[in-house]
Design a binder for this molecule. Structure first.
Ligand code: 0PR
Length: 387
């Protein structure tokens, strides 16, 4: 750090120059990310209340109440107004809290968790952190976990099973009802990772899509991850963890005796945590309402179908599977998919690269003109690679 501070004006200018190389959402060129531009209201609210800290709840009882209201709204959205939980830093913390809860409830060592092969890497991180053995089960030809495989993988050390509602790589939904039957039969904790799908599937259902049960209406579901900073249009960081009831939510409560409100309990991984995130999520949920989100999901799906229809018209390219939500997997028999991603990057497109496909996510910041430009560039890339 230098001895004498610099004037704000100069610093802001310098920052603008330094940050120029970053991709921006409003350019439409981030076309493979699960995040998006936060809603303008969420941005405004977030910056106004930056000093709120839910780690010291005695200082901010009003924000505590807003978090309870927010969780009630999300719980109702996921068929359970009685749900308890928190707005956390993201899907990683939410999934970690779920596994931590399952471990605490089991009161055992040598625990195992059975997850789909498609589960997000946050489960590997959480398992490592919590000293759990993670067992991965393969997928069927629809890229959903094989429920019979999950059943076979269970043994006397198993404490929890996981299903994904909106997989990271393709947006597929695991057969949660079948997993629920297994969980109830075997008396196991069932966590559903709806980090992405939680803000998509219920609106697809309202738009008359055929949506399988994935939320608390499915009786064996113990907890759900649902991330407002993905399709919820909330600022980063805002993830969500919801438990079926308060008892489950309190399994990881940690007593903090010295804070301003006297004896308090923290039930999240982090201590000091953003009240601004909670307030912004509360505001954007209230402002958009079901109608607002439905409209956004409808637009994203229209562009998804357009892209899914146009991709196979490009020489050597096809889609991995018919999209279930606003995620399209692009594969190629003719070309090296890594080379396509590299060429796209040279043309200033950022896509996500999986071992056998490129992932395109049609987030709310992506507009029709961006999709058209992307398709044009993709054709050019293929022409170049094809010689
Ligand atoms: N669960 C699922 C199903 C996810 O896809 C992700 C992240 C998580 C949990 C973890 O969420 P956090 O990253 O909030 O902890 N999925 C995104 C992905 O892999 C993460 C991401 C987001 C990556 C934006 C890049 C990006 O630009 O795409």
């Amino acid at each position: 750090m230098q001895t004498k501070g610099l004037p704000q004006k100069i610093l802001l200018k310098e920052l603008e120059t330094k940050l120029k190389e970053d991709f921006t959402f409003d350019s439409g060129r981030i076309i493979g990310s699960m995040c998006t531009c936060p809603h303008p209201l969420a941005r405004k609210v977030y910056t106004r209340f930056l000093d709120k800290n839910l780690g010291d709840s005695g200082l901010f009882p009003a924000v505590v109440k807003l978090e309870i209201e927010t969780i009630q709204m999300l719980g109702t959205h996921l068929s359970n107004p009685q749900a308890s939980g928190h707005i956390v830093t993201g899907g990683t913390e939410a999934n970690t809290l779920a596994l931590w809860t399952a471990k605490k409830l089991s009161k055992r060592s040598n625990c195992e968790v059975v997850v789909p092969a498609s589960a997000h890497c946050s489960f590997d991180k959480a398992a490592d952190l919590l000293g759990l053995r993670i067992v991965k089960v393969g997928l069927n030809d629809k890229f959903q976990v094989d429920a019979a495989g999950i059943k076979r993988a269970i043994n006397s050390n198993t404490i929890a099973i996981v299903g994904v509602a909106g997989t990271t790589e393709l947006g597929m939904v695991d057969p949660i009802s079948e997993l629920s039957e297994i969980a109830l039969e075997e008396d196991l904790y069932l966590h559903v990772d709806g980090a992405f799908g939680g803000f998509v599937l219920p609106f697809l259902k309202e738009l008359k899509y055929d949506v399988p049960g994935f939320d608390f209406a499915v009786p064996g579901v113990s907890s759900i991850t649902i991330d407002p900073h993905k399709m919820g249009l909330a600022p980063i960081p805002s993830g969500g963890i919801l438990f079926r009831n308060e008892g489950l939510g309190k399994a990881v409560a940690w007593n903090i005796p010295y804070l301003s409100g006297g004896e308090t309990h923290q039930t999240t991984l982090v201590g000091t945590r953003s009240g601004a995130s909670v307030i912004a999520v509360w505001a954007v949920l209230k402002h958009l309402g079901r109608e607002g989100y439905r409209r956004i999901v409808k637009r994203c799906m229209r562009l998804t179908w357009k892209l899914a229809e146009e991709i196979p018209k490009i020489r050597g390219l096809s889609i991995v599977a018919e999209p279930v939500m606003n995620i399209v997997g692009v594969k190629s028999e003719a070309f090296d998919i890594r080379q396509i991603a590299q060429e796209l990057r040279l043309r200033k497109w950022s896509v996500s690269l999986f071992p056998h496909h490129i992932r395109i996510v049609l987030m709310p910041h992506v507009q029709e003109r961006h999709v058209n430009m992307f398709l044009e560039d993709l054709s050019k890339v293929v022409d170049k690679l094809g010689g």
